[in-house]
Design a protein around this ligand. Structure first.
Ligand SMILES: [Zn+2]
Length: 373
């Protein structure tokens, strides 16, 4: 299968993101997050687990009632009662997670592959009878036997499943090995493939990009990568990398990404790291004299894309590394005329006043934003 040029996103902030330790979204928060995800262009929102009690059911029902452009899916274990719970709240798009590794099948469920296949066929057939669409997640796929994945997926394909999620449940893929492995899978089992990557080794975004290169057309992500343990692939990271590094087309209103990250940080209690790619407060901050001078001459010199693409402006930070270009820009921001001699003196004052340990004196908003080439 050749790599597709367009990709779609299924955001699971309201399901996997909410499974992060200590996170619990109120129904109102979930509604706000769903609206923000829709505004950002996400294609599908995995809104929660209707079978996981009243709160899960209320959340999915509330998101369904928003009539978003995005489709809204409900997550189900491989159980008939989970399918019924999803139907009860009006969900038409179901995702059914099927354990695929021997570790999960044997040690968690206490059954064998044959019994797992039989259960999956029964539940998926039941779901297909009563739902508009059913996608199937192959849980712990990265530690599963490849032959069994193909057998399981092939049988479910015969029932009518068109989309499969490859879950790297404990984040053990590495992107170079994954590329050939996933390419082999998409050839053996043609379908719409979705990557669900966890970030235990910091490779979730890289593994998701590898999957796209291997022919996958869906990415499962969360806002700021929040999720179980070390989290998931970040929506902002994967989306921007897919657009700028892989040349993929996608529904993305990138200017919504910073506000989306801020909203989820407030609702989850997990702050956005300052150095987070794309949406971190330092993602477009410059202090060193060489970089500020270069950025003001040619913004692409030290930035991969124009910060205006995500609706923010670069920050020029005054500190121990500042040079004349920073001071000149800061003076211009306040409409101050400063001579070169004064700039030299100011640089020394700023450098000597900077707090040891790397903290900056202040940030100044650049008024010299250079349009992207
Ligand atoms: Zn997960």
């Amino acid at each position: 299968m050749t790599a597709t040029t367009s990709i779609s996103f299924c955001d699971t902030t309201l399901r996997d993101g909410q499974q992060a330790a200590g996170v619990a979204f109120s129904v109102d928060d979930a509604v706000d997050i769903a609206l923000a995800l829709d505004a950002a262009g996400v294609d599908q929102i995995e809104a929660g687990i209707p079978a996981a009690g009243a709160h899960g059911a209320q959340t999915v029902a509330a998101v369904l009632q928003l009539n978003l452009k995005a489709t809204v899916s409900a997550w189900c274990r491989c159980r008939l009662e989970d399918v019924d719970a999803a139907r009860a709240v009006g969900a038409a798009d179901l995702h059914i997670a099927v354990p695929a590794s021997d570790l999960h099948i044997g040690q968690l469920l206490g059954i064998d592959r044959k019994e797992m296949l039989s259960r999956a066929v029964a539940v998926v057939a039941y779901a297909l009878e009563h739902s508009a669409s059913v996608s199937v997640g192959l849980e712990d796929a990265s530690r599963a036997d490849e032959g069994f994945l193909v057998d399981l997926g092939g049988r479910l394909s015969e029932l009518g499943v068109r989309r499969f999620r490859y879950a790297d449940t404990v984040g053990v893929l590495e992107p170079i090995g994954a590329l050939e492995r996933l390419r082999r899978l998409t050839r053996q089992l043609p379908a719409e493939w979705e990557m669900h990557a966890h970030n235990d080794f910091g490779l979730a975004t890289a593994n998701t990009l590898a999957a796209l290169q291997a022919g996958f057309s869906w990415a499962s992500t969360t806002v700021s990568g929040i999720g179980e343990r070390a989290g998931n692939a970040s929506f902002a990271e994967v989306a921007m990398a897919a657009r700028y590094l892989c040349g993929r087309t996608l529904n993305l209103n990138a200017a919504e990404l910073p506000a989306l990250a801020t909203l989820v940080a407030r609702a989850s209690g997990i702050p956005v790291p300052a150095c987070a790619p794309v949406v971190g407060s330092r993602a477009f901050a410059h202090e060193s004299g060489v970089h500020v001078d270069g950025t003001l001459k040619a913004s692409r010199a030290y930035e991969p894309y124009d910060p205006a693409d995500i609706g923010v402006r670069r920050r020029l930070v005054l500190g121990a590394q500042s040079g004349r270009a920073s001071l000149r820009a800061a003076a211009a921001a306040f409409d101050l005329d400063v001579t070169e001699e004064e700039l030299v003196a100011l640089v020394e004052v700023v450098r000597s006043s900077a707090v040891p340990g790397g903290r900056s004196l202040a940030g100044s908003r650049s008024r010299h934003q250079v349009p992207a080439a």
